[in-house]
Design a protein around this ligand. Structure first.
Ligand code: WTA
Length: 670
């Protein structure tokens, strides 16, 4: 976007509270500033008015066959579909009879025109290496690696685990799977050996793609070693481990099982025809936390997912051929899947990928990258924005960020103060912000502004995307009134919805479709304001959101009780200024064991080892007992208040032993 086009949008209404002084929850209730997209932005946008948005949204809800039938024609179908939707709750089938291949849509179809030599991926490594892969080059690498997979007998429907650093080969491996119809399951590099083992066993993967190591804040993450530990002494279905040489450190190579990526490429050529897949063929499994100790393998399928990924990149990011688009999420999360790889590539855009941390070697690494590559669309998480604010504006001031034209956030509610800082300091007051609410399960954006049309207010994700019939209801399923809090439900199927939990039909039904018959509910509370905007309050189930990462309290609890000293554990979140939520563990130790500061530290390390660094507790508190109801249920509500340092509110009459509360509030047994 030219600098001329940088007309400032201005608040229509003054804030009722000064954002600086407001705490997150308070300011989320009182915030009322409205920012309209500038005329310059709207004029060029694909959707340029609320009237246009409303008309399209109405059609998408009332006539989904027509709306999605038309939109889906923008994908390349090897065989056209004959019916748009078949819905028997909770099972949806989209684009019935249609066949397509995801890698063909993301690569081959761009090779016939000028996009052939356009950058598909721009990559920067943490130590500073730079690589650009054009569509032509990426296509070639994907075909070659798909042939490596075939060489190792990977077939249609097989599961492939990808545990890699943020390097182009991670995307290449994913696309190569889709080319031959294998399913991938990417595991975030911050997960431990035990987490890998659980996932390998759950999905029955016969092959793992990894690297010797990856860089993170100057240190090396021992990826291959974690894989070795995961496979040690266990009867696993894994027959092959392909290792990409990233850091060059020494690694163990298990004869007969482990092969080097670069060696394998010597045996294959670059011709690999894409396999035409049914629209409903499984595409990938991505594990995410739920309210039990066992992560859920969320299953996505082919046609609907790809359409939604492409469509949201088109309408929400309004991506163009001349955009340089950067999504800072890790490829191991759903955001990395949909908005670093599949969506932008399906649309033929340029996607930037960065391996490292925002503060390495210094706090301006992100701004440096934006300046160097003239990034135009930037998508990041509120937790990162709050960290940037803390580090101070001087880091930004060193760089020219005027290339930016659109900003996005995802992962947790954004507090108005962070929103305003993002708008003014990063976007120079000229860029619309799309605050996108969605989940691993939804595959892509669900509630989001349309940047050329929707008036935004800091803290609200605004309005539903096309095909999304969202509502806020009470426990009986009745819609609540204006500004009343309730449960966020989706009342109609949408193309990129999850199709199941791997290997667990019943859990799929119970977890998402049982609270309200026929409607999807995945655990968030929300309210709607007078204008109809949705304000997401956060999870109301036992799932935490720590720095934008989902973490089940039950997962952390089960890690804690796997330690020989622990008798019982309860884990809750407590508000955290930077991370959104912090992890607080209440622990009772076994008879004869003495609680101590050292044991607390050991338990933190233990959780880190079992789940991974993402789950490291902020605090471990010991108590002789946990507060329980007479029927033996742990009273989490009380623990949350204690963890937040609040006075105990509400009813404690069902509590078995009131002394427990006094002890915990006083800081535990220690
Ligand atoms: C939260 C990440 C408020 C929410 C894409 C949801 C948000 C969970 C937003 C899903 C947002 C995500 N505003 N909350 N814009 N985006 N969330 O599966 O609680 O890792 O249920 O998917 O993140 O997390 P997940």
């Amino acid at each position: 976007m030219s600098k001329k086009a940088a007309a400032k949008s201005s608040p229509k209404k003054a804030a009722k509270t000064a954002p600086k002084a407001a705490s997150n929850s308070k300011s989320l209730m009182t915030e009322s500033r409205v920012f309209k997209p500038s005329a310059e932005f709207s004029k060029k946008a694909r959707i340029s008015s609320m009237a246009q948005y409303k008309k399209m949204h109405e059609e998408s809800i009332k006539h989904p066959d027509k709306f999605f039938g038309r939109e889906a024609k923008e994908l390349h179908w090897t065989k056209p579909f004959t019916k748009v939707l078949d819905w028997k709750c909770p099972n949806a089938k989209w684009f019935i009879g249609g066949k397509l291949n995801v890698s063909e849509n993301c690569l081959d179809r761009h090779l016939d025109g000028p996009r052939k030599s356009k950058a598909a991926l721009i990559w920067e490594g943490e130590p500073g290496e730079k690589r650009v892969l054009t569509y032509q080059q990426l296509h070639r690498e994907v075909c070659r690696f798909a042939n490596v997979l075939k060489r190792h007998k990977v077939k249609k429907g097989d599961r492939v685990i990808i545990y890699m650093p943020m390097i182009p080969e991670a995307a290449i491996a994913m696309l190569a799977c889709t080319r031959i119809g294998a399913m991938h399951s990417v595991i975030f590099g911050g997960f431990s050996a035990e987490s890998i083992k659980d996932r390998v066993l759950d999905c029955g993967a016969k092959i793992i793609i990894t690297a010797d190591g990856g860089y993170r804040r100057g240190a090396v993450v021992p990826l291959k070693k974690n894989v070795d530990d995961a496979l040690k002494g266990k009867d696993t279905p894994v027959e092959t481990v392909v290792v990409y040489k990233r850091t060059g450190q020494d690694v163990h190579i298990e004869e007969g099982r482990d092969v080097w990526w670069h060696r394998e490429l010597e045996y294959v050529d670059a011709r690999c025809a894409p396999v035409a897949m049914d629209s409903e063929s499984p595409l990938f499994i991505l594990y995410t936390s739920g309210s039990t100790g066992k992560p859920k393998g969320i299953l996505h399928t082919t046609g609907g997912y790809l359409l939604h990924a492409q469509m949201t990149c088109k309408y929400v990011f309004d991506l163009r051929d001349d955009d340089v688009y950067w999504c800072t999420a890790d490829i191991g999360w759903v955001t990395g899947h949909t908005y670093m790889v599949y969506g932008p590539l399906a649309l033929g855009a340029t996607s930037l990928m960065f391996e490292g941390a925002p503060n390495w070697p210094e706090n301006d690494r992100f701004w440096k990258i934006i300046e160097e590559y003239a990034v135009t669309v930037f998508y990041t998480a509120p937790t990162a924005i709050r960290a940037f604010m803390k580090w101070g504006d001087e880091w930004l001031k060193k760089h020219d960020l005027s290339s930016l034209r659109l900003l996005g956030t995802v992962g947790e509610p954004i507090n108005p103060e962070a929103w305003m800082w993002y708008h003014n300091k990063v976007g120079g007051g000229k860029c619309p912000i799309v605050d996108t609410w969605w989940q691993t399960e939804t595959g892509g954006h669900m509630i989001t502004p349309i940047p050329g049309a929707t008036p935004t207010t800091p803290g609200t994700a605004t309005l539903p995307f096309f095909g999304v019939d969202a509502a806020i209801v009470d426990d009986l399923g009745k819609e609540v009134g204006v500004n009343e809090q309730g449960k966020l439900v989706i009342r109609k199927p949408w193309p990129s919805m999850l199709r199941g939990i791997w290997g667990d039909k019943k859990r799929y039904q119970d977890a998402y479709w049982s609270d309200f018959k026929g409607w999807y509910f995945a655990g968030d509370g929300a309210r709607r304001d007078k204008q109809g905007n949705f304000w997401i309050i956060g999870r109301i189930d036992d799932v935490l959101n720590v720095a934008g990462h989902r973490l089940g309290t039950a997962e952390v609890e089960s890690a804690l009780v796997s330690h020989p000293a622990v008798a019982e554990a309860a884990v809750v979140g407590r508000p955290d200024e930077m991370k959104g939520q912090g992890v607080v563990c209440f622990v009772t130790v076994k008879e004869g064991i003495k609680s101590s500061r050292e044991l607390g530290e050991e338990l933190k390390k233990h959780v880190r080892k079992v789940i991974g660094p993402v789950a490291t507790p902020d605090e471990v508190r010991f108590a002789a007992a946990l507060p329980k109801t007479r029927s033996g249920k742990i009273m989490r509500r009380l623990l949350k208040q204690i963890a937040a340092g609040e006075l105990i509110k509400g009813d404690t009459t069902t509590l078995e032993d009131i002394n427990v509360i006094a002890q915990l509030a006083a800081g535990g047994e220690d």
